[in-house]
Design a binder for this molecule. Structure first.
Ligand code: HMG
Ligand code: MG
Length: 307
């Protein structure tokens, strides 16, 4: 079985993780979460969303978050931008990377961004041009690549088609996203193989949610298909307001534990992420959704007590 010697982990907790929280999280908590994650060594942290605050109220303080975070040299701070208005805000907030987000399913596209897939790609064109002109990195997300909460099965050909369009728009990376966490290992392997036969895997990431507990297996399957960029969320935070019933992203702690066991380098301090995961979960008044995070926190506590 061949695995990469190194993977890139994009931490999406501050955005994908927090966007679905019902209670408004104070800006200083969001800022501290980003700072803790930066200090853990991530080279890419998704920190904000410049979307309509009517659609996603939790992300309304994106500009304030971006203004207050400590920028770690070498870390890319990303922001979601559904249109030019979002792009202008992300540019003003000094985002290093903007994320345009499409879907492989029409119904999800309508519910999430209120337009068809085709309309969304047209809307992203000026955003992509402006991002390139401003010298920003550009990422393109493909939601519902493995299933849709409204349409059910999604044809892999749709994923490839949207992926190719996003690459044509100039995306440095495209995210093949299991928004509702329904993908299984064989399906993930097949879809990722199909995508990477047409698009160089250096431009492709896997974004998995863990609704059915399959995310770690899906990451292994994706690595076997040649993928070496993954998204994850500290403490398994997350969910999408337009994907009812979907739980959080795969927990970063679980992904790092997996990589450690496979001797795959990430450059990230697992203990620092465990601490960040326990800290944000305490703030949210809940137990962390990361099995590895909870086990390591308990072990670290026992170790400290034994001393
Ligand atoms: P719309 O209602 O069709 O558009 O929304 P609109 O142009 O009529 O705007 C509606 C209102 O929003 C107007 O305000 C605009 O000014 C304002 P009003 O006149 O009613 O007072 N507005 C904005 N405000 C701030 N920033 C902006 C902006 N744009 C318009 N950029 C729109 C269309 C795209 C704006 C809306 O549908 C939207 O914001 N959707 C975002 C939904 C979202 O953020 N979903 C979660 C992220 S995707 C995700 O999580 C999946 C991912 O993780 C991968 C995966 O797991 O699959 C990426
Ligand atoms: Mg997501």
């Amino acid at each position: 079985m061949s695995y990469p010697s190194r993977v890139k982990i994009v931490e999406v907790g501050p955005r994908d993780g927090l966007q679905n929280e019902k209670e408004f999280i104070p800006t200083d908590i969001k800022v501290e979460l980003v700072n803790r994650l930066s200090n853990a060594g991530f080279v890419n942290v998704e920190a904000a969303s410049f979307v309509s605050p009517k659609w996603v109220p939790q992300m309304a303080d994106g500009a304030e978050v971006m203004a207050a975070i400590e920028r770690r040299p070498g870390t890319i701070y990303s922001a979601l931008t559904p249109n030019m208005r979002g792009f202008e805000a992300a540019l003003a907030a000094k985002a290093d990377e903007v994320v345009i987000f499409a879907a492989a399913s029409q119904a999800f596209s309508q519910r999430n961004i209120n337009c068809s897939i085709e309309e969304s790609l047209e809307r992203f064109e000026p955003v992509a041009l402006a991002a390139k002109e401003a010298g920003l990195r550009l990422r393109g997300s493909i939601s519902c690549a493995f299933g849709c909460p409204y349409e059910g099965a999604v044809a892999p050909a749709n994923v490839l088609k949207v992926g190719q369009r996003l690459i044509e728009l100039g995306c440095d990376e495209i995210d093949v996203a299991d928004t509702i966490g329904v993908g299984t290992a064989r399906q993930v392997y097949e879809v990722m193989r199909m995508v990477t036969e047409q698009i160089d895997p250096v431009h492709v990431s896997g974004h998995f949610h863990d609704t059915y507990g399959q995310a770690i297996a899906n990451i292994v399957a994706a690595m076997q298909a040649g993928i070496h960029i993954f998204h994850s969320s500290v403490a398994g935070l997350g969910g999408c307001p337009y994907a009812k019933g979907a739980t959080g992203n795969v927990a970063t702690e679980d992904v790092l534990f997996l990589m450690q066991g496979l001797d795959i380098e990430t450059g990230i301090d697992l203990n620092a992420v465990v601490d960040a995961g326990q800290w944000i979960s305490a703030h949210l008044n809940r137990k962390s959704a990361s099995n590895a995070g909870n086990a390591l926190a308990a072990r670290n506590k026992q170790g400290a007590a034994a001393c």
